[in-house]
Design a protein around this ligand. Structure first.
Ligand SMILES: CC(=O)CC(=O)C(=O)O
Length: 276
């Protein structure tokens, strides 16, 4: 007897939304990323392993739903050498950190909203989904706290950021308006060996506007996670936006943005105007 009795303990059927396939069918053709793969052992002989794998499954189910369950989105600004070069500004001495509200998430199928009289820029980014609670962690340990990844757009209202700068006010209205954080599906941690070397690209209406490796980042993924964790506790499902490479630019109503991350994921969003 393998895993069949587990469903009553952890209710992972609901967690994984396994659909209509029977549990027994799920034992066959298990792929690397498939949670059922975890259950190919004898649970009576390995009760400790069984319980740890159940919690691993529950945690991955939780993380794959990060845009619903995550409690914050933390962004890093000016984190690419190429962007700093384009903007003719020096590299920041420390990460520049801002927050986006989770109400700004949208998923594929939803539309980016742009106020008619304002300018909103696209910025393609690697998103890091936090896998376990981290507070004041070292750079050396930071990668252990990653639960997975996503492709993200850090939509930025530059009209609002310009207004804020004039008043020495925070950037919030420029970063965290509704629809400001389009995200892809969850990418399991194992799919990306090195988050500091993945390729990001973005096309606006079919024309390539951004294309860069995360190796161009000023602060590495570990440095960003460790730095942020000195100030705020990162929790499972939180998202860290690692910054945008050069090529950022404005969108207009009816534009179509298409972007991708390695050969792992692509996503497409269209833009519509809303009243300012
Ligand atoms: C002002 C910005 O939008 C900077 C930013 O978010 C970035 O990724 O760089």
């Amino acid at each position: 007897m393998l895993f069949l009795t587990y469903s009553s303990h952890c209710n992972y059927r609901t967690l994984f939304a396994a659909g209509s396939r029977s549990r027994r069918k799920q034992t066959t053709h298990a792929s690397q990323d498939d949670p059922k793969h975890l259950f190919s052992f004898d649970k009576k002989k390995n009760p400790v392993m069984a319980s740890s794998l159940v919690s691993k499954m529950a945690s991955r189910a939780h993380l794959s739903n990060f845009s619903e369950v995550g409690r914050k989105i933390v962004g890093a600004a000016l984190n690419y050498k190429s962007l700093a070069h384009d903007l003719k500004v020096p590299h920041p001495a420390k990460p520049i950190i801002f927050l986006k509200a989770t109400s700004s998430y949208i998923n594929v199928g939803q539309v980016i909203e742009v106020p008619k009289a304002e300018t909103v820029n696209y910025e393609v980014e690697l998103g890091v989904v936090i896998g376990k609670k981290c507070k004041r962690i070292s750079e050396a340990n930071a990668l252990d706290y990653i639960g997975g990844y996503c492709l993200a757009l850090d939509m930025t209202n530059v009209t609002q950021i310009g207004n804020a700068k004039k008043m020495s006010a925070p950037w919030d209205l420029g970063k965290t308006f509704d629809t400001a954080c389009p995200v892809s599906k969850f990418i399991p941690k194992e799919s990306i060996k090195n988050p500091d070397d993945v390729k990001l690209w973005l096309k606006l209406n079919g024309n390539v506007k951004q294309e860069e490796s995360t190796s161009d980042m000023i602060f590495s993924t570990s440095q960003l996670i460790s730095y942020v964790s000195q100030f705020m506790t990162l929790e499972p499902g939180d998202l860290l936006l690692t910054g945008s490479p050069s090529g950022v630019g404005p969108v207009r109503p009816n534009d179509v943005l298409e972007c991708g991350l390695n050969d792992l994921v692509t996503m497409t969003f269209s833009v519509r105007a809303v009243e300012s």
